[in-house]
Design a protein around this ligand. Sequence first.
Ligand code: SAM
Ligand code: DTB
Ligand code: SF4
Length: 348
Amino acid sequence: MIIMSANPDSITSGAHERIAIRPPVASNKPKAAADGLRHDWQLDDIRALYTQPFNDLLWQAQQLHRQHFDPNAVQISTLLSIKTGGCPEDCKYCPQSVHYNTGLGREKLLDKQHVVDAARAARAAGASRFCMGAAWRQPTDRNIDKVIELVQAVRDEGLETCITLGMLKAEQAQKLKAAGLDYYNHNLDSSPEYYREVISTRSYQERLDTLENVRQAGLKTCCGGIIGMGESRDDRLGLLQQLANLPEHPQSVPINLLVQVEGTPLHGVDALDELEFVRTIATARILMPKSMVRLSAGRENMSDATQALCFLAGANSIFYGEQLLTTSNPATQADQQLFQRLGLQPMA
Ligand code: SAM
Ligand code: DTB
Ligand code: SF4
């Protein structure tokens, strides 16, 4: 269960210094871009949405959700860690960083048969997308060639493919696109200000640059973040602002609730008020009305009622299967029962 936060600082405006990373265009009037969507969200606009009465926020989000999606269909993705542990980065939330002792070993890249077996099982269980994650800062060109073989094998099983390998060069993104990859996952993780408290080995701008390479290659983008890391409410708004003001809204927006892992510096941080999580989902839905918003890591610590509120707020994708990358996810039977109780259907 998620515990109500005792610390009001974790849900009110933070005192972090605001720094500008590619600041959004200042404007009083909402402007629609060529895609008909807004990319010029100001923090005050987002704050006004996020802080309105909960029922009004959910009503607004649900109305928009129904304009663009079947409200009872949820896209199902399954994750597999294809290269676990030993990562040189220092992300304070991550059990796979070499900087922290979480008891996780360093493994080699999985072989093709292992991946094909996992993809087959995911498809049989109802997944439509298979996401593979590697604990790399950035892949070498040799790594890319090996991952391409895995992507092609997963495609042959009739699944959409998504991979997350760390920073990507333009040519690597192009090569992955040519090989048939559908999505690349690369998260912004938090607001630019709070990001600096969480990761020192990779800059926010480097993340934006990778996202640019991915978009330019014509790959679909999966990009979101983690909340419940001790950030302020303004940091949550700042993350949403960065996501919504990208040149294209990411096609998938994973919102992760921090999975606290012993040995990582963020283990023991105050738990987030679960209604703040629901507000974050609803605001993401309003800002990025045509994107898939994924209720991602952290579901194991959420009640069924909170998850139901997330679906009402516009979440329409989940990670399904008993394992995320290195931590656990709800049992498949529990998810099947939840879908049945809520009348939800897997999205084709
Ligand atoms: N190493 C690559 C990278 O970071 O770009 C890809 C794998 S990394 C594990 C993918 C994402 O998982 C991270 O960006 C982060 O958002 C999420 N993640 C990692 N540890 C998490 C945790 N303990 N709780 C919630 N999300 C987490
Ligand atoms: C994302 O945003 N969440 C997933 C996926 N993209 C790669 C990863 C969640 C990882 C949770 C911690 C773990 O299992 O290691
Ligand atoms: Fe490495 Fe990715 Fe974990 Fe950061 S989140 S430590 S980059 S595996």
